[in-house]
Design a protein around this ligand. Structure first.
Ligand code: CUA
Length: 316
């Protein structure tokens, strides 16, 4: 009955052992102090019990040394946990630059994946072993949560904004993907598999999945169809700022603030253009809410990102 049951899932990513080490440290500290406190309660209750009605113990006037000891030791342990946890958290939230970028759209009750080359998958995700993968996720309806236990990765997926997570698989195989946030009737069925493949096998899979057009190419076609290029002239002389090279750069807003043109900013500017106006341009852009779905938004994003590469190429 308990065959195949483990205390923890398999460790299949670079961070798995790090997360587990912290987990075991926390469990160890908790078990140690729980045992110590229970032992003290029992020993003291027996040893210092009242033996007669007339017994009056001597008064205690405190001990500075004792107070220092029981303040400093817990403080040191708490700060260790904080420093360890913070370091790991920062590591978990910063995807390496070389990551493969996958876009994820969650909805009741499925996971949709888009690869940069245009390949799409449903409830299955193919990735190579030994390469970091960054997932940028959003939801079409309610809150979901992307959870791959073997990678020790769990991140909420929210409607109306992007969240990210990253992982690097260390062994080929199939790993369960779950939705870890109750999201309605079929929440328990909202899962799938992450297929971790050897690099050569992964290349074959990419080539065999008739990619059609890349995300950036699909985004460019959409960009033309929606008429974005009519105002966003590449040279910057149009009625709207040029989008060449803006991705990842700071943008000066009319309010005097500066923001980084990241995924969230681009998304907001398409759906709610008046929210963060670029300085020097009139508030004339209409909203594209309802005209583009989540997948198309990620394609537009991929296209705008590719304009950054174009700019780099021109500079060389
Ligand atoms: Cu989606 Cu639970």
């Amino acid at each position: 009955m308990f065959q195949g049951m483990r205390f923890l899932p398999e460790q299949a990513s670079t961070v798995a052992s790090k997360v587990d080490a912290l987990f075991f440290f926390l469990v160890g500290v908790t078990v140690f102090f729980s045992t110590l406190i229970f032992a003290c309660v029992i020993v003291f209750a027996l040893r210092y019990r009242r033996r007669s009605e007339a017994e009056r113990p001597a008064a205690i006037h405190g001990s500075t040394l004792l107070e220092i000891i029981w303040s400093v030791i817990p403080l040191a342990i708490a700060l260790t946990i904080f420093a360890w946890g913070a370091t790991l958290y920062i590591h978990l939230t910063r995807p390496p630059q070389s990551s493969i970028e996958i876009f994820v759209v969650a909805r009741q009750w499925m996971w949709k994946f888009q690869h940069p080359g245009g390949q799409r998958e449903l409830n299955e995700l193919h990735i190579p072993v030994g390469r970091p993968v960054k997932v940028t996720m959003t939801s079409e309806d309610v809150i979901h949560s992307f959870f791959v236990p073997a990678f020790r990765v769990k991140m909420d997926v929210l409607p109306g904004k992007y969240t990210t997570a990253w992982f690097e698989a260390v062994k080929p195989g199939q790993y369960h993907l779950f939705c870890a946030e109750y999201c309605g009737t079929s929440h328990s069925q909202m899962g799938g598999w992450v297929h971790v493949m050897e690099p050569a096998e992964y290349e074959r899979w990419l080539a065999g999945d008739k990619p059609g057009e890349s995300m950036a190419a699909a985004g460019e076609r959409l960009y033309q169809r929606l008429g974005c290029q009519a105002c966003h002239l590449k040279e910057g002389s149009g009625r709207a700022p040029s989008l060449v090279g803006i991705y990842g750069k700071p943008v000066q807003l009319a309010t005097g603030q500066k923001v980084i043109a990241d995924d969230g900013y681009v998304r907001e500017s398409i759906l709610n253009p008046q929210a963060k106006l670029v300085t020097g341009y009139p508030p004339i852009m209409p909203t594209f809410k309802g005209l583009v779905n989540e997948e198309q938004l990620t394609q537009l994003l991929a296209y705008i990102k590719s304009l950054r590469l174009e700019e780099k190429a021109q500079a060389q």
